[in-house]
Design a protein around this ligand. Structure first.
Ligand code: COA
Length: 178
């Protein structure tokens, strides 16, 4: 499990590897954000750097030299959401590296970061028919909140909000681990 894979917060200098793994995620058949592909394929260095400045991203690397990212997860504050909530976005693991625990490790790392950043709740919007993602969040302790919306660009599909409430002692524990 996770042999040779490390997870780090992305820095702006990781823009190239970040851009490649992000485009791979948009090219995945059925990707909820596929509509962004045309636009993001035109991104150049300044656009990827801007994206990395706008949110916190974690990258999973298969090599110490950090040339090729095999997975990614973003963390943001949803506009209008309470300040103690964080949202996991853009979670993706390259098909060649799935079922090795990388997705779960990215979710754990994102939750850890949220706890250290004083969050009390971590959420994610998960498409109803994405069984691997549902199993991953369920296995990571997330519960469906009951919120369910049609996907704006694909109204026949729905996505549901899953949340994990961070217990106070868990936050303290996460701080100690730093
Ligand atoms: C969802 C995704 C990130 C999972 O990544 P992963 O690295 O394969 O996940 P992990 O290996 O950490 O799996 C953790 C657990 O999730 C569940 N799971 C993951 N993939 C699964 C699958 N294909 N079928 C059933 N359960 C699955 C299992 O419970 C698994 O634990 P186990 O391997 O011990 O049984 C990956 O499939 C992906 O990138 N999918 C496309 C993008 C996507 O759906 N993103 C989520 C948006 S919310």
């Amino acid at each position: 499990m996770l042999d040779g894979v490390i997870i780090t917060p992305a820095t702006e200098d990781d823009w190239e590897a970040f851009g490649r793994v992000r485009l791979a995620s948009l090219r995945e058949p059925g990707s909820p954000q596929a509509a962004s592909l045309g636009r993001e394929e035109g991104f150049r260095e300044p656009h990827w750097r801007l994206r990395l400045r706008g949110a916190m991203y974690l990258l999973a690397w298969e090599d110490d030299a950090r040339q090729r990212a095999v997975g990614v997860a973003g963390m943001m504050q949803e506009p209008g959401a309470p300040v103690e909530e964080r949202l996991i976005v853009a979670l993706f693991v390259r098909p060649s590296h799935r079922r090795q625990g990388i997705g779960a490790a990215l979710v754990r790392a994102a939750t850890h970061w949220a706890a250290v950043d004083d969050a009390k709740v971590v959420s994610a919007w998960v498409v109803d028919d994405e069984e691997p993602a549902i199993a991953l969040f369920e296995g990571s302790g997330f519960l469906p909140t009951g919120e369910r919306v049609r996907m704006p660009r694909n109204p026949e599909r729905y996505e549901a909000r899953w949340s994990l409430t961070l217990a106070n002692d868990e936050v303290v524990q996460q701080r100690k681990e730093l």
